[in-house]
Design a protein around this ligand. Structure first.
Ligand code: FES
Length: 108
């Protein structure tokens, strides 16, 4: 892996409606990629509380958070931190590169 990490194709900008989140495969990781206005965020898709997909949860564009659909923990899209119980641990955060019309998740 290079110092800049590996980039994985997350799709086209137009695949992401503003205010929505999608599950994307990035190698052996699964990542929740969210679009808020023209900004993209990527965090690990698996809730740190139980094995639940965060991309099934609800995005709060104003707070820049993703709410786990199962028990309602809020995760920061900027830091991955679990902001509310019952989850205690952060989920990973990934950089998102936007190149022309393409969206890339950078791992590592
Ligand atoms: S599974 Fe996500 S908060 Fe419980």
């Amino acid at each position: 892996m290079s110092a800049q990490g590996e980039r994985y194709d997350a799709g086209l900008v137009s695949d992401f409606e503003p205010g929505t989140v999608r599950r994307v495969k990035a190698g052996d990781r699964v990542v929740a990629v969210a679009r808020i206005d023209d900004d993209f965020y990527a965090i690990g898709d698996v809730c740190s509380h139980e094995n639940v997909s965060l991309s099934e949860g609800e995005l709060d564009a104003d707070e820049c958070t993703l709410e786990c659909a199962k028990h309602g923990s809020l995760f920061s899209l900027e830091t991955g931190d679990a902001l509310t119980l019952p989850a205690l641990k952060a989920v990973p955060v990934y950089k998102v590169d936007r190149v022309d019309d393409s969206v890339w998740v950078v791992v590592g």
